[in-house]
Design a protein. Sequence first.
Length: 262
Amino acid sequence: MAAIMQTNAPRWAYADRVNHVELADVQPWFDKGFKDLAAAPFASLAYGLLFALIGLALAGLLWATDALYLLLPACCGFMLVGPALTVGFQAISRDLEQGKTPSLRQALGAWREDAPAVLGLAGLLLGVFLVWMRLAQILYALVFPPQVGPTLDSLLTATFTTSGGMEFLALFALLGAGLAAVVFAGGAFALQLMLDRKVGLMEAVLTSFAAVAANPGPMALWAVLLAGLVFAGMAFFSIGLAVSLPLAGHAAWHAYRAVIKR
């Protein structure tokens, strides 16, 4: 009977490549990521600062065009494209692991090592981001109080003090969490596989799904901690991303080493 049940149990493709980890294994990934950041501070912080400045420019654009209502969706959407931005940090951690001296130039060009797969993943995540922004616009138009002004104060007041605002917030959170869960599962280890083993897009994404499915508890904790770290960086006018994004990217490399079999 046990053999029959095992045969009929669902099995992810590439599940044989995955290690099982525990909740206690998650914290050391951040410790090792911090050591990588300390070992290559210029390359890591300069690469992170680049994306922090892009975030500031995007926020300034939304402010200047009276589209502040898109600021929250854009910040949350950053989490959807985030995996594609960390390839440089993965390269830095890989070089440190191999005893090489990392550089900003190598980090910026890391995507070229498996360009078709990396660009494919980036294009896929960008598509999800654009769909997310459009859904947020539709949700805002359908649910949010129409008489709200374009200022930040009026938006915050309407969001937390009106029934329409609270309904928007609840639906926004549910929709965002669903998309983020799917993107995280497919992207948690995809870039590392592309960089380390030069695998194709489909193989990398399916292996990442298998890893998350095999370790639901630790991966849920990992996702929450990563999101908290990145949002903490955004809270400091996006400049905090110059530190939080490198730490998250380096830690992701060590998560990959722990979860995916060599």
